[in-house]
Design a protein around this ligand. Structure first.
Ligand code: ZN
Length: 433
């Protein structure tokens, strides 16, 4: 007879990257971590499956909260469908970024259900501050490095056991500099009972080995070299990948200008305002004592000199040299590029979108016959980073998720010492602890 009464259920994401939904429950309380959409191009975008999942998780039974680790769609994408009486939680800066993003998405013609009211009603948690409002499930959110700004791990204390849910993480971006992950483990986490870890890179190990750009810092260095060689460049990067964007921004030589649209500028300004106090790289580049200007194309959307934003004038920018952040799905960028016959395209997204089963036609079309350089680093933990986390937290049980390689987890040489601790769950399976 066992007296285990608490449960972990990965409703979705035990064997795939994205679409994550995890439930943690005790006899009287339950919380859900992330409620993500399946990644576009994953071949799993099935709204019926989403509806079934929603009906299963939110079946009328009380739920204390849904906690989001970060704002990527594969973790938060289905938030609008969560019953309105369940409180949603997210990091404070992540909430601001969601607001900017959602305002934009809501304005797309044909959007039937506006997301902004729900996002505005989200509660914020603070790094290191324990949340005590979920009965016998105590959650401490801990800030982590990821390609989404203001992302969190959750340390949960339940029935005397410590469960660490990593969400998406890494330690080679800006927030991971100066051994922050190690410090967080030492100060807040210590040894744990159960580790639920992401394993995105386990199916991308070859790709990681081939990429000379290992860290965001490497990305900045390479971008600096390219900016010196090419007076005109266009960067294809996710508008919310603010670590990479800040690296590009700082790598641009003095005398050249930084161009983007108002939406992108709002995201950059939010990152600077909230995160500049913790990291120099989130602060403005100071040039002769003044912050580098952001030159905007398109509608200024209320931004101006007070926000250090100015209308882009390409007759001047062309003389000085510039780089422009672009999005392949926005025609305005392509139109502007027609004035620059030979810009270098700096491609800073996952390589998988360029060819193969995840190929994105809009990206291919945007790049066309232009000269292109791939300058990108992963948003996810390398095997060595996961190994380091395991070593430091010494979990009794390791549950992989957010991976295409759950079954092979124990076979990876770096993890072989821990093989007996690995417990692979199926979607929907109950793990009692
Ligand atoms: Zn993510």
């Amino acid at each position: 007879m066992n007296n285990l009464q608490n449960k972990i259920i990965i409703h979705r994401g035990s064997h795939q990257i994205g679409g994550c939904v995890t439930e943690i429950r005790t006899p009287n309380h339950r919380i859900v971590i992330d409620f993500g959409a399946n990644l576009p191009g994953s071949g799993r975008e099935d709204s019926r499956a989403d509806e079934e999942l929603l009906a299963k998780v939110f079946n009328g039974e009380a739920c204390d909260a849904v906690l989001f680790t970060h704002y990527h769609g594969d973790h938060i994408g289905l938030y609008k469908k969560i019953p309105a009486d369940i409180p949603l939680y997210i990091g404070p800066t992540a909430k601001k970024i969601m607001e900017i993003l959602t305002e934009k998405l809501d304005s797309i013609p044909g959007t039937t259900q506006k997301g902004l009211p729900r996002v505005q009603a989200m509660k914020s948690y603070l790094p290191g501050d324990r949340l005590d409002s979920f009965g016998d499930i105590q959650v401490t959110p801990l800030i982590v490095d990821h390609s989404a700004l203001d992302a969190y791990m959750f340390l949960m204390e339940i029935g005397g056991k410590k469960v660490l849910f990593t969400g998406d993480f890494r330690d080679h971006g800006i927030a991971g500099e100066n051994n922050r992950l190690e410090k967080a483990v030492r100060v807040y986490i210590g040894e744990i009972d159960i580790l639920i870890t992401e394993g995105t890179m386990l199916s991308r190990m070859e790709e990681a080995k081939e990429n000379p750009i290992r860290t965001e810092n490497d990305l900045g260095r390479r971008a600096g070299e390219l900016f010196r060689d090419y007076k005109e460049s266009v960067i294809l990067v996710s508008s919310t990948n603010l670590d990479s964007i800040m690296e590009f921004y700082h790598a641009l030589p003095w005398g050249m200008d930084f161009v983007c649209d108002a939406y992108q500028a709002k995201l950059i300004l939010t990152a600077m305002k909230d995160k500049g106090k913790y990291d120099k790289k989130y602060r403005p580049e100071m040039i002769h004592g003044k912050p580098r200007r952001l030159y905007l194309i398109g509608d200024m959307e209320g931004l101006g000199a007070a926000q250090n934003c100015y209308k882009a004038d390409f007759s001047i920018l062309k003389r000085k040299g510039f780089t422009m952040l672009a999005r392949e799905n926005k025609p305005m960028f392509k139109k502007i590029m027609e004035h620059f016959p030979e810009p270098l395209i700096i491609y800073s997204k996952w390589k998988g979108y360029l060819k193969g089963k995840h190929e994105e036609p809009a990206i291919k079309e945007f790049i066309g016959n232009h000269r292109m350089e791939i300058v990108h680093t992963s948003g996810h933990a390398y095997v060595e980073t996961i190994e380091k986390l395991i070593q430091m937290t010494n979990p009794k049980v390791i549950i992989p998720m957010h991976t295409e390689c759950a079954e092979k987890f124990g076979e990876i040489p770096a993890f072989s010492r821990y093989r007996d601790r690995v417990r692979v769950l199926e979607d929907g399976e109950e793990y009692w602890f």
